[in-house]
Design a protein around this ligand. Structure first.
Ligand code: BJW
Length: 259
């Protein structure tokens, strides 16, 4: 009798993963939810259910109230400092090790993919653990939490801000170039735990599909669909990704590499 988790995975999808030459992955806040980090758009628990993005995540918000924005991000930075990767992050590490070419595009700013051991990671929206100055973008490695709030850039005196991408700001050019290259080359594209509401990342699965890739959308909210080339799985990343891994490489079962 098949194991319960393996029955979540359409057999055609597992075979597609096993034989893929280039797997590109897009992750969103849903993959870190099981590590205890709130998503943005889940009702009640999502950050944007409790805070207005236009007050906190735009350059205009920072100009209007830099202390409020700095302190909100300081609170979130402290919250991510104590969290650890979950089974979903770890399954992606294993997939990276088993396919010839792999790129992980993440919208997340928490650094958990790297903490899990993923190597080929592109941060589309920056990283909350880093800061830079507002006026000139100088990267600043250390800063004092006492004194000025926000602290000031030691090079130019401008206020420090988190090194994340706010609404209305461009994504890093090199990140966009690597995403475009992955879309052009991948034969399997996985969109995991993202609402696909924020551009330009939101268009990547459709772009990959249009370029001929097989696409999986895995989300707690989507309806199941098992018609290639577009698969949709309704489920939790921390359950479904280990099951997908096991369905694609059943010989790994019990090897202990996913513990
Ligand atoms: C689970 C689960 C579990 C839960 N397992 N699943 C074209 C058309 C319209 C507008 C635009 C456009 N192009 C650009 C824009 C403007 C804007 C935009 O897209 N606005 C839309 C909202 C309308 N985009 C931008 O401004 C971007 N810049 C840009 O494009 O520059 C050029 C330009 C500018 C202006 C005009 C035109 C061109 C920049 C976007 C920056 C986004 N920044 C944020 C904040 C980062 C810093 C921070 O952390 O504070 O990035 S917003 C926030 O949303 C964050 C996320 O990375 C991003 C995406 O969210 P994500 O990851 O999808 O999270 P959720 O919560 O939405 O979804 C989680 C999902 O997981 C849910 O569906 C759950 O059900 C599910 N889930 N648990 C599986 N266990």
């Amino acid at each position: 009798m098949p194991d319960l988790e393996t029955t979540l995975i359409p057999p055609g999808l597992a075979e597609r993963l096993r034989t893929a030459r280039y797997v590109a992955v897009l992750t969103g806040a849903g993959i870190s939810a099981e590590s205890g980090i709130p998503t943005f758009r889940d009702p009640q628990s999502g950050l944007w259910a409790n805070y207005r993005p236009e007050d906190l995540a735009t350059p205009a918000a920072f100009r209007a109230n830099p202390r409020l924005v700095w302190e909100w991000y300081a609170w979130r930075r402290a919250a991510v400092a104590g969290v650890v990767p979950n089974a979903g992050h770890r399954a992606l590490v294993e997939i990276e090790a088993r396919v010839p070419h792999f790129l992980l595009l993440t919208q997340n700013v928490d650094g958990l993919h790297q903490a899990a051991g993923s190597h080929a990671v592109v941060e589309l929206h920056g990283n909350i653990r880093r800061v830079k100055c507002f006026d000139r973008g100088h990267a600043v490695a250390t800063w004092a939490e006492a004194g000025d709030v926000p602290p000031l850039c030691p090079l130019c005196g401008s206020p420090l801000r988190p090194a994340v991408v706010w609404f209305g700001e461009s994504l890093p050019a090199d990140a966009l170039a690597r995403a475009a290259d992955a879309i052009a080359r991948c034969d399997l594209f996985l969109a995991l735990g993202t609402s696909l509401r924020v551009e330009p990342a939101a268009s990547l699965p459709a772009d990959a599909l249009a370029r001929g890739a097989t696409v999986l959308i895995l989300n707690r909210e989507v309806a199941d669909r098992v018609a290639p080339p577009l698969y949709q799985i309704n489920g939790l990343a921390g359950t479904v990704l280990p099951a997908l891994l096991e369905a694609a490489w059943p010989e790994m079962a019990g090897s202990g590499s996913r513990s």
